[in-house]
Design a protein around this ligand. Structure first.
Ligand SMILES: O=C(O)CCC(=O)C(=O)O
Ligand SMILES: [Mn+2]
Length: 212
């Protein structure tokens, strides 16, 4: 059971949905196997912030026709190939497409699945997902492994925020107005899940990039 202070309460009014425990343990384990196959074909790498070149604490890869990448010179963008290997991203696993269609109700597929790998001390600063031309299509985000404190703000960077814990198997949908809300990951709670071999968290973020 979760405490009342653990719920995103009023956030749902803006099209934000937390599908608490959406994936049962066997489905989570199957997704981990899918992610391992993706990482074998498209190794995790560490992106860097545009301009400053500061490395992310999260390592990343992608699957699907497009992948989100970031580096000092090129900035934030989508591209068809892995920035280190130069190869096309691996195909998106069927299970991810199924989750996308089920939770968004969209007939069209997502084009990118960003795989975020958080080690125990990794985090993700407050940001908005805004590199997609398909601005009206929800973003779907799946949590696997250790618990993480997710922070949700609003459209303005300096506005109020709330935070809550995401658990393995939770699915977040940033739809409606919340599609353009600030969000980030404050911290992990290492060792809270037994899904992975050790501490860490996988986040899978599914996005439509081009206007469907
Ligand atoms: O790890 C998460 O839960 C959020 C990831 C995220 O916001 C992103 O990759 O844009
Ligand atoms: Mn994001």
């Amino acid at each position: 059971m979760r405490g009342a202070d653990d719920e995103p309460d009023g956030a749902t009014a803006a099209g934000f949905r937390l599908l608490d425990g959406y994936l049962a343990r066997p489905a989570q384990a199957a997704l981990v196997a899918d992610v391992r196959a993706v990482v074998a074909a498209a190794p995790l790498y560490r992106p860097a912030m545009p301009r400053t070149g500061k490395p992310f604490s999260v390592r990343m890869t992608n699957c699907g026709p497009l992948g989100w990448v970031a580096d000092k010179v090129g900035g934030y963008r989508y591209q068809e190939t892995h920035p280190v290997t130069g190869k096309p991203w691996p195909a998106m696993p069927a299970a991810l497409l199924d989750i996308w269609h089920a939770v968004t109700g969209a007939a069209f597929p997502p084009e990118a699945c960003l795989v975020n790998w958080y080690e125990a001390d990794a985090r993700m600063g407050l940001h908005r997902d805004q590199d997609e031309a398909a601005t009206g299509v929800p973003v779907v985000s799946i949590s696997l492994g250790d618990d993480a404190r997710f922070r949700l703000g609003g459209p303005a960077r300096k506005g109020p925020t709330r935070s809550f814990v995401l658990h393995s198997g939770d699915v977040v949908v940033l739809g409606g107005e919340s599609r353009h809300f600030h969000h980030g990951v404050d911290r992990l709670y290492p060792g809270t899940s037994t899904l992975l071999d050790g501490p860490g968290r996988v986040n899978l973020t599914l996005r439509r990039v081009t206007v469907p």
